[in-house]
Design a protein around this ligand. Structure first.
Ligand SMILES: Nc1ncnc2c1ncn2[C@@H]1O[C@H](COP(=O)(O)OP(=O)(O)OP(=O)(O)O)[C@@H](O)[C@H]1O
Length: 310
């Protein structure tokens, strides 16, 4: 379990983390979401024991990070932002070094090295200096180092940042697998990642938690959830046909995707059949009619910029 209790961090006059508390249980993947400078990395560094809090406490698997630093660090695997490693070292030597620092020796060290090298498919790059590896492999080396001692809790700071879509997919699959029997806290800027891997999302901005919910619950806060969208040639005629339709709270023609959106009222999805029927009755041509599942980016923007209630 990972626990933060009233964590605060002050850098001079800046309160970078302002009273953050949460608990993450085994099997949960908590995604920390927030704009740049929200305080995500600072919070993670405090839980990982890399930075002392100005106030508050953190616990990893029951161990207070400040008072029992060794026990807390033993229970935790930490992938810092950018997955730094010693660039001139080869993964084989680097991982062996990390394992030794973690106190692993002999057969145990060997079997753990074999396990992470196989799990992260590092066999082909073991003798290539880390600096010369692709970003994807560098990240895998970082992840291998983080899970080498088989910790029950993991903190991953932007684990897929800068990876190509295939590498992102691989790392997400791995995180989902690791999470089955572990507690995972990760930070990300990528909203689709939250849906892909997180069981819970926490939105932070200016050092404060602004939302803490399952991704589906956040999606449900989107005004697009249950809306009906469609493509029309004549948007003026379509608007006239759909204006004031029962069960709809309004219309929006999106200049970006060129679609007309019919928004729901009172949380009840708009009936796609009713929209189609109304347009047909008035002889307005349309195509691509679909019901929307909601937009996390809109919810994120609304919550972090304070535009309207979240
Ligand atoms: N060592 C430091 N000294 C002074 N200010 C710092 C220090 N580290 C971070 N900050 C500031 O604290 C705030 C929070 O930074 P932090 O890196 O925790 O944010 P973040 O949410 O992880 O951002 P990003 O998504 O850009 O990584 C920012 O305003 C940052 O400039």
């Amino acid at each position: 379990m990972i626990e933060a209790n009233a964590l605060h961090k002050r850098y001079g006059r800046l309160l970078a983390v302002d009273d953050i508390s949460f608990k993450v249980e085994p099997g949960e993947v908590l995604g920390f979401l927030g704009p740049n400078g929200a305080g995500k990395s600072t919070t993670m560094k405090m839980i990982a024991g890399f930075l002392a809090p100005s106030a508050g406490t953190a616990r990893v698997c029951g161990h207070d990070v400040q008072r029992e630093p060794l026990a807390a660090r033993r229970a935790l695997g930490y992938l810092p932002e950018g997955a730094p490693a010693y660039g001139e070292m080869e993964p084989a030597a680097f991982l062996r070094f990390v394992g030794q620092v973690r106190g692993l020796r002999g057969e145990v060290l060997k079997s753990r090295l074999d396990a992470v090298i196989s799990r992260l498919a590092l066999g082909g790059v073991l003798r290539q200096p880390v600096d010369t590896l692709s970003k994807g492999f560098k990240r895998r080396v970082g992840l291998a180092a983080a899970i080498l001692h088989d910790p029950p809790a993991l903190i991953l700071d932007e684990p897929t940042d800068g990876l190509d879509p295939n590498q992102k997919h691989e790392v997400r699959t791995l995180i989902r697998e690791l999470a089955r029997e572990r507690t995972v806290l990760l930070s990300t800027h990528i909203l689709e990642e939250v849906e892909a891997v997180c069981t819970r999302a926490m939105i932070v901005a200016r050092g404060k938690v602004l939302a803490d919910a399952a991704p589906a619950e956040l999606l449900a806060r989107s005004r697009y959830q249950g809306a009906v969208s469609l493509q029309v040639e004549d948007s003026i005629a379509a608007r006239a046909a759909l204006e004031g339709m029962p069960g709809s709270s309004g219309l929006h023609h999106d200049g970006g995707d060129g679609r007309l959106y019919v928004f729901p009222q009172g949380g009840k999805p708009v009936s796609a059949e009713a929209v189609a029927e109304r347009l047909r009755q008035r002889g307005v041509a349309f195509s691509g009619l679909q019901t929307e599942r909601g937009r996390l980016d809109e919810v994120f923007r609304r919550i972090t910029t304070g535009e309207g209630a979240a």
